[in-house]
Design a protein around this ligand. Structure first.
Ligand code: MF3
Ligand code: CO
Length: 267
């Protein structure tokens, strides 16, 4: 399928969707603490979406039974909220999607529960940096695999591996549109990025091997070797001036502002 180009008006709607999503994700982030029952996050999303009159994109998607995906420790993505309680030292990935005026926004983050050690924090920080390396590569005129390559070359030197069986994606009226956006690969391959493309970039980084396994619940994906995994995701529009993060959170203003600097003065 071709990559669907969005008009300025459509991107503005997706930006509205992204702002609402970021707000709810920040609410969830603030709830995370030892003892929290994961299903409570799902309830919060349900209520906040009703209040904001947006549609839970994940619920019912290919039969997915919840509003949010919550993936703990060696779980990579697509964890189903249940009665498990978060524990001190866990790392937890929260992945959220919503549909607003017919357009989807998709974003995820990973945070520590209570006190986590340096080793876990380094995995989280590196995964976040690899997302932003991918975002910085999402320039009009660059090619798709420049994003993939930027993500990979950020995380691999730290000794981590990039999940291969799950990838980022185009996003718009559908949550998953073309193109697929792998988190590894050689640069300068694939379609040229153009104004009006919108991509969900989502590196999944494992401390150990990149291989995965799916649980019997049909959804939860874990590392095959049981090592920890982290996941971050943003919905990003390609504009004539460069990448624009539609799901930006309030703590990310500075990173976004730096995107507007010419490449030479960027650190
Ligand atoms: N962010 C995930 C993705 O892009 C969310 C999908 S979960 C599902 O694939 F339940 F909706 F499938
Ligand atoms: Co996604």
């Amino acid at each position: 399928m071709p990559i669907i180009i969005k008009s300025d008006e459509e991107i503005e709607i997706m930006h509205e969707a992204g702002r609402i999503l970021a707000e709810v994700l920040e609410l969830l982030q603030a709830e995370v603490r030892p003892g929290l029952i994961i299903l409570d996050l799902d309830t919060i999303v349900k209520e906040e979406y009703l209040r904001r009159d947006v549609v839970p994109t994940f619920l019912g998607y290919q039969g997915y039974p919840a509003h949010v995906c919550v993936s703990v420790n060696e779980e990579i993505v697509h964890g189903i909220p249940g009665d498990r309680a978060l524990q001190d030292g866990d790392i937890v990935g929260i992945d959220l999607g919503l549909t607003h005026k017919g357009f989807v926004a998709d974003s995820a983050l990973t945070i520590g529960v209570g006190q986590i050690g340096q080793e876990k924090q380094r995995l989280i920080d590196t995964t976040y940096q690899s997302l932003w390396a991918g975002i910085r590569a999402a320039q009009p005129g660059a090619r798709l695999s420049d994003i993939s390559h930027a993500v990979q070359t950020c995380a691999e030197p730290e000794g981590y591996s990039l999940v291969r069986e799950y990838v980022g994606h185009g996003i718009g009226r559908d949550m998953h549109e073309d193109p697929r956006v792998p988190n590894f690969g050689l640069p300068d391959r694939g379609p040229v990025l153009k104004k009006g493309m919108v991509l969900a970039l989502e590196p999944m980084v494992n401390m150990g091997d990149w291989r995965t396994k799916k649980h019997d619940d049909g959804w939860t994906v874990s590392t095959l070797d049981g090592s920890l995994s982290a996941h971050f995701e943003h919905t990003v529009a390609i504009t004539e001036h460069g990448p624009m993060v539609l799901t930006l959170r309030s703590d990310e203003q500075e990173l976004a502002a730096a995107l507007e600097q010419p490449a030479e003065v960027r650190s």
